[in-house]
Design a protein around this ligand. Structure first.
Ligand SMILES: CC(C)(COP(=O)(O)OP(=O)(O)OC[C@H]1O[C@@H](n2cnc3c(N)ncnc32)[C@H](O)[C@@H]1OP(=O)(O)O)[C@@H](O)C(=O)NCCC(=O)NCCS
Length: 239
């Protein structure tokens, strides 16, 4: 079983790769998670066709079982040449689009949150990606969903911009090179902290070359993104 570095594997939880026979399971979990959300706009539901595609060869899906019951899932999607490849919102050269993976939906049943299950599935999926030809991972996450942003940051993703997706909803666009992750920074660089609710200030910072490197969440769930100036770790093809 995969686990985060430095943490013992929890024998209570078992991660497994899901397959085409798990469509009904994922649809039921999706419905359970979505219907229980205080703000359902942070969670984009998927069509049965899209989930079936990811369960077959269009992606990778994982579930976590506890006592034989699946309590969490993560979907990874390979957009290939499809129009909604998130790389199209960046300067990644089109010749790389077929190497893009989307860190798509993640969902943990309400009673099982905070047990590191998102982290567990991220670790397993990242390890599996290393054995594929996928080299660029993109994700989106609502600025108003700080715990989802934090689990992505913990998995090595960094917010690189703001985009509007799913009919105009505001989302961070996050990126992670695979398998190596972002190059380490050398020396201390200045840090900027911006409230996740301050859309204009975030947009300005991303435009000025800052990327998100951490998130601070206070007791009331308010969040501030910590940012540093870092060049994107891919060539724009412009020199
Ligand atoms: C976002 C979500 C997937 C996180 O899953 P999770 O399994 O609870 O996350 P993890 O436990 O792996 O999170 C890592 C850390 O964040 C903490 N954390 C996560 N959610 C938390 C919450 N709601 N309250 C407090 N802490 C939380 C964990 O305790 C853990 O902290 P640690 O690093 O100190 O151990 C889960 O909250 C969820 O299913 N939300 C609803 C669906 C959703 O919004 N999905 C994302 C959009 S697709």
């Amino acid at each position: 079983m995969m686990t985060a570095p430095g943490r013992p594997a929890d024998p209570e939880f078992e991660v497994r790769r899901l397959g085409p026979g798990d469509l009904g399971l994922l649809l039921a979990l999706q419905e359970q998670v979505h219907s229980a959300l205080a703000d359902p706009s942070v969670f984009q539901t998927s069509t049965p066709e899209f989930i079936a595609y990811c369960l077959a060869d269009g992606g990778r899906c994982y579930g976590v079982a506890h006592d034989g019951e699946t309590v969490a899932y993560r979907m990874v999607y390979f957009p290939r040449d499809r129009a909604f490849n998130l790389a199209k919102d960046t300067a990644l050269p089109p010749s790389e689009y077929h190497r893009v993976g989307h860190w798509d939906t993640v969902a943990v049943l309400p009673g099982w949150r905070g047990h590191g299950l998102a982290r567990l599935m991220n670790a397993r999926a990242l390890a599996d990606m290393a054995g594929t030809d996928i080299r660029h991972l993109f994700a989106t996450s609502a600025p108003s969903n700080p715990y989802a942003v934090r689990t992505l940051l913990d998995a090595g993703f960094q917010p690189i911009g703001l985009v509007r997706k799913f009919g105009g909803r505001l989302r961070f666009l996050l990126y992670r090179p695979s398998p190596a992750g972002w190059p380490a920074t050398t020396g201390e660089t200045p840090e900027l902290t911006v409230a996740c609710s301050a859309t204009d200030a975030l947009e300005r910072a991303f435009r000025d070359g800052w990327t998100g490197t951490g998130i601070d969440i206070d007791g009331a769930g308010r969040a501030r993104l910590r940012m540093r100036r870092r060049p994107l770790p891919f060539s724009t093809g412009q020199g």
